[in-house]
Each structure stands twice: as structure tokens, then as C-alpha cells.
Design a protein around this ligand. Structure first.
Ligand code: COA
Length: 159
């Protein structure tokens, strides 16, 4: 059984993340979408809110589980018997940071590989903070996130 994890902040999950997840779920037997709790970011949504948004967005996937973790991503991967970390590469600008992270993680645990997947071209410019900013000013985020995530964004952010 080939197990992969897809770690990230997911504040909130977007159609771009879901595009990557769909590709990963088609390749691996089991994919854990794992919310990193202790990153330096200050998320707008709580872990429970992010889990619930992911749960509703991923109901159609039979081989996807939702989880969260503290600490190192390689330690979490080991805990769930994953040997692959999935990361999305949207543009060249993502490369340097991802390259550094992948090689650092390999130093920490050499049996874990990072697999990069490219999202659909429509999502290459997308990020959670862009989506939050558009929602905050009342813009339409329908093309970027599932409908229930859009509702949560407006509830949380629209003044
Ligand atoms: N579609 C839309 N947006 C995407 C995307 C996609 N396919 N892929 C990435 N993004 C966006 C995210 O929305 C996020 O946007 P934001 O910065 O506006 O919020 C940004 O790209 C990057 O976020 P994400 O992919 O969630 O990664 P991250 O940088 O927040 O977290 C971790 C990276 C969690 C994997 C990393 O910090 C980690 O492993 N932490 C654990 C500690 C550890 O092990 N450290 C050592 C690692 S070297």
C-alpha cells in the first residue's frame, strides 16, 4: 500500500488544493491531507474549521483522510506510514522554497520522497491569502473555492 501525505496550512482549502489532491488520490492508495498546526502563519480559520471545510470538500474521495499535525512533517509522515510528501508546484516562483524543503526533509528522513504535482493552469496563480483578501472586500470567490468554503469566508471576513 503506497501512502502519501499532502501537508499545508489550508487557510482555507481552495480549488487549486483540490486539483492537486485529486491527482494524488489517483496515483496513491491512500492520501492524508494534513493541516500543519505550528507553522509561522497566523491562520484565520481554526484547525477544526479548516478540517470541516476540507471534510465537506473531499467527501467524494474514498482514499483520502483528513488529519492535523504538530512538529516536523517527516515525523508525521512516519507516524502514518507514508513514504511520500505531495506538494503542488504552481509556478517557477514556488520552486526554490519547495526544493529547499524537499532536500531538507530528505536529510531528516531519506526514505521519504517529495512528489511535485502541477495543478491545472487555471489555478497556477491561486493562493489562500489571495482568496481571503478578495472575500474580505466582498469580491466573488466562486471560481476559486467550493461553495461552502465561500460561505465560511464571507461569514468570517466580510465586514
Ligand atoms: N492551489 C492553491 N494554493 C496553493 C496551492 C494550490 N495547488 N499550492 C500551494 N498553494 C498556496 C497556499 O494556499 C498557500 O498560500 P498562502 O501563503 O497565501 O496561505 C501557499 O501556497 C503555500 O502554502 P502551503 O502549501 O499550505 O504550504 P505552507 O508553506 O503553508 O506550509 C508546510 C508548508 C506545512 C508543508 C511546511 O511548513 C512544513 O512542513 N511544516 C512543518 C515543519 C517542518 O517539518 N519543517 C521542516 C520542513 S523543511
Amino acid at each position: 500500500m503506497k501512502i502519501a501525505i499532502y501537508p499545508g496550512t489550508f487557510d482555507p482549502i481552495t480549488n487549486g488544493h483540490l486539483d492537486i489532491l485529486e491527482r494524488a488520490a489517483a496515483i496513491f492508495d491512500l492520501v492524508y491531507i494534513a493541516i500543519a498546526v505550528n507553522v509561522d502563519k497566523k491562520p484565520v480559520f481554526t484547525v477544526d474549521e479548516r478540517i470541516e471545510m476540507i471534510r465537506q470538500s473531499t467527501a467524494k474521495f474514498k482514499n483520502v483522510r483528513i488529519d492535523h499535525f504538530n512538529g516536523l512533517v517527516v515525523d508525521y509522515a512516519g507516524k502514518v506510514d507514508a513514504t511520500v510528501i505531495i506538494r503542488g508546484l504552481r509556478a517557477v516562483s514556488d520552486f526554490e522554497f519547495e526544493f529547499q524543503m524537499a532536500l531538507t526533509n530528505r536529510q531528516l528522513n531519506e526514505i521519504i520522497d517529495t512528489v511535485f504535482l502541477m495543478p491545472h493552469v487555471d489555478y497556477t496563480y491561486l493562493s489562500s491569502s489571495t482568496v481571503r483578501e478578495i472575500a474580505k472586500f466582498g469580491g466573488d470567490v466562486s471560481r476559486f473555492v467550493p461553495r461552502h468554503v465561500k460561505n465560511e469566508l464571507y461569514k468570517k471576513l466580510k465586514g
